[in-house]
Design a protein around this ligand. Structure first.
Ligand code: MN
Length: 446
């Protein structure tokens, strides 16, 4: 497992899984374009970005295997390792060393966010966006930290706009805003993949995502204090931007190309005033291009883990969950169960809808169907499903506001139960087989 971004880069180099781009590329669209070309295949390290000294990394993880590898497990064990870490977070110790990200500490009038190689990704984006920063804050009462990733639009040298959806950070900020207090925040860029994955964990309020990351990393994660704000950050990160969320202040942010691969609209959003920028001597800037495998899979894996838990309360024989890339790793779930009772397919659908408001379509199949193989799933739907009796439609429930086909988030949902009936006529569903095929290999015949 890898406890620092540069350790992970070293591993990618050894396994020839990183494209090193020496050609000079522009932060305006070109860097995004090259990242897109390698999406799902390789990481990209851009060594010459405009006239910046700092290199830029993208596609840090690019498929399920690479995410599993980054935390030192096989792909099949990724979900369990993630669930174990969510169940047993491990408190992070403070580092005794001066962290390398304090090689340079920029404060006051010297702060200039535009000196960082922050790209413009998509055509209609409102400006330069930081997309990979772990935003860390402390709870006003308990002092527990919370970690989340937000889109951050650079407004000028020391101001950023931020989109905060009604989740944990919103909860914390709204308490500070009521009391007209500034909220200390730190934005950490250039982290080990384990930290990015942990930041996506779906947890009750009050769980510190860094402690989940520390569990994923077998207690290797150490924290360091910031310079100008009361926040503790991973000692190994490359760049730390410190600042304050200002109560009552809103400025226009957006539009921004979002995870469903459409632009999210502009609107009046909270503002961060930057109080310090810290970075290593040879810091690497990390950007996440929205809509790529890197962006979507990190959230998808966390959502699958949460969903299988919810379904297991109702259908203990649930086997596996796949929230598909085609649905931006948010909207469509394919679920396999070992059906033991008539009706469990429908209960699985209801449980999946109850897990997340984002889920719009659920397909339930029997355990022998490979839910990561779309042909296999389609075959089950084609031969085991009848719309009149096996389909559920829920009209007018809450869905994702970013789904442009919804009415400001009001969305219909469909459930497809493609499991075999327990009481079926076995002669009608006799799947054909070739005896001995499983032991045959092409090489033995050519
Ligand atoms: Mn949280």
């Amino acid at each position: 497992m890898f406890n620092a971004l540069r350790e992970w880069i070293g591993h990618l180099e050894e396994s020839n899984k990183i494209a090193k781009i020496e050609k000079k590329v522009s932060t305006e669209y070109e860097l995004a374009g090259v990242t897109k070309l390698f999406d799902g295949e390789k990481a990209c390290l851009f060594n010459h970005v405009d006239d910046f000294q700092m290199p830029v990394l993208s596609n840090v993880v690019y498929d399920r295997e690479s995410i599993a590898e980054s935390i030192g497990v096989q792909k099949e064990d990724l979900r369990n390792k993630f669930l174990e870490s969510m169940d047993k977070p491990v408190k992070c110790e403070m580092s005794e060393n001066v962290p390398r990200f304090k090689d340079h500490i920029i404060t006051g009038n010297d702060i200039d966010l535009l000196k960082l190689p922050i790209p413009i990704h998509h055509e209609k984006d409102g400006g330069r966006y930081i997309t990979s920063g772990l935003l860390i804050v402390k709870d006003i009462n308990t002092g527990k930290q919370n970690v989340s990733i937000h889109r951050l639009q650079v407004f000028n040298k020391n101001e950023m706009g931020i989109l905060i959806l009604p989740r944990h950070l919103w909860h914390i900020f709204s308490q500070y805003e009521k009391e007209k207090k500034e909220l200390d925040i730190a934005i950490c860029i250039g982290n080990a993949p384990a930290l990015l994955l942990a930041s996506q964990a779906i947890t009750p309020y009050g769980i510190d995502e860094l402690e989940i990351a520390n569990a994923l990393l077998d207690n290797m994660l150490k924290l360091s204090k910031c310079e100008t704000v009361n926040v503790d950050v991973p000692e190994n990160c490359e760049i730390v931007i410190e600042g304050k969320l200002i109560p009552g202040l809103r400025k226009e942010e957006g539009p921004f190309g979002e995870f469903p691969r459409y632009y999210g609209p502009a609107g009046n959003r909270p503002v961060i005033k930057v109080t310090a920028v810290n970075y290593r001597d040879d810091a690497i800037y990390h950007t996440i291009l929205p809509g790529t495998k890197e962006h979507l899979l990190l959230g998808g894996i966390a959502r699958e883990a949460s969903m299988i838990r919810t379904i297991a309360h109702t259908v203990p024989t649930v086997r596996d969950v796949h929230i598909t890339f085609g649905s931006s790793c948010r909207y469509h779930a394919i679920i396999s169960i070992k059906k033991e009772h008539e009706g469990e397919g429908k209960n699985t659908i209801l449980a999946a809808f109850s897990n997340s408001h984002e889920i719009k379509q659920v397909i339930v199949v029997d355990e022998e169907i490979d839910i990561f193989d779309h042909d296999s799933v389609e075959w089950a739907v084609a031969t085991r499903f009848q719309a009149g009796k096996d389909m559920i439609v829920v009209k007018g429930s809450l869905g994702s506001k970013l789904d442009p086909s919804s009415d400001q988030g009001i969305s219909d949902k469909i459930g497809i139960d493609a499991t075999l009936s327990i009481n079926r006529d076995p002669d009608k569903f006799n799947v054909m087989t070739i005896p001995g095929l499983e032991n045959m290999a092409k090489e033995d015949y050519i």
